[in-house]
Design a protein around this ligand. Sequence first.
Ligand SMILES: Cc1ncc(COP(=O)(O)O)c(C=O)c1O
Length: 449
Amino acid sequence: MGGAFDPVAEYEARTRKSAAWFEEARKHLPGGVTGNVKFYAPYPVYAKRAQGGHLWDLDGNEYVDYMLCFGPLILGHGHPRVMKAIHDQLARDGTPIFGAPHELEARMMERVKRIFPFADAGRFTNSGLEATLHALRIARGFTRKPKIAKFEGHYHGSYDEVLVSLTPPVASAGPASAPIAVSQSISTPTEALGQVLVLPYNDLENTTKLLRAQRKDLAAVIVEPVQRGFIPGDPEFLKGLREATEDLGLVLVYDEIMSGFRMKGPGGAVTGSGVEPDMICLGKIVGGGFPIGMFLGRRDLVGVVDPVTRPKDDRVFHGGTFNGHPTVLAAGMATLDALEEPGTYARLNALSDTLRDGLNDLFGRLGVGGMAVGPYSTFNILFADRAPRNYRESLRADSKRRQAFDLGLLARGVHLHPDKPLYTCTAHTRADVDATLRAAEDILRKMAA
Ligand SMILES: Cc1ncc(COP(=O)(O)O)c(C=O)c1O
């Protein structure tokens, strides 16, 4: 890398107020943030204001925003339709939340079921984490078996049984064909770790073998059909996983909290794939920028929470004070309205292709080994020579180069979360993409020098 290129110094020179606020925030919040993922070195950009596809920081710098709150803001910040729906709900209902059940809950579920027609019923939660947690509890209650299986490198939220083998050091993660469950947090009880079988993604043969060996104790398999938004499951792998779980009597849960509503159209990776999971978890986009999660699936499965048909001693408990929050659902409805306008996805995905192709063209032309990989409106940037098919292959990418590239982008008015996927939104313009590609070109030329 060229000695003259110092992205940390560039970043620090532009973000002095963020640096100062980081020190203030650290007095009150460990790491100056409210979730570990929100921190990055040397300190994060602290936001002040946002509009459409753009965000402004404490120093007044303007950015094209590809972080978009880790995905939910597919219409950009403050979309007029969403803002109006929020104000209308508050004015109409006279309160942010009733506590009592209300019409929008079933209306929204009915609408999402139309998009995911294999599902009969579901419930809302306040986050994606809760959606997967409840889906797995339901699977346990339904099957009366204790264990769950998840794939190495897949994220389903920050609780003990799934915060396992997310980014394990390969040295302690066992063989690729039969990964060992590695905790991601020193708080994980050994018993929780013992309840999890870790599977190799995109490896049907070994996945089936491992599932077969533990079928007696397993309730469910949970999978991101597009790992971390950028590694799609092979169609044959996902079909085979469906067949194997059906054969073995295991509940198959699709976690489309990230990929949901970010594929070809309104729907998810499941749409048009020929696979019908037993349950699906959604979140992020369906809340229109507010906290949300939802799980839905076959009636016999999600029906195990039903207080009408199931006696108390034969029921899975599901609760949550804020579940089905009217303001959240109003924002989510308005988001679906906008997404279902004809041409919305075609335009969004075409612009995403322009950005991804433009980056790949730069990587090729400037001789920096890197690539933008991922489907539709989510993708990641890897300094690698091949697109990975699973977590271990993704480790081949050069993380130091990625770090330099990310800070370089931040210093040039492109907001993303370092080392994480990028998301596009309907508010991004061709001018935004062109500005991003100019910034990327400047950095890659310096990196190649
Ligand atoms: C695939 C997936 N599942 C679950 C979650 C957890 O969602 P939340 O952060 O809303 O709890 C995330 C969050 O990024 C996710 O990407």
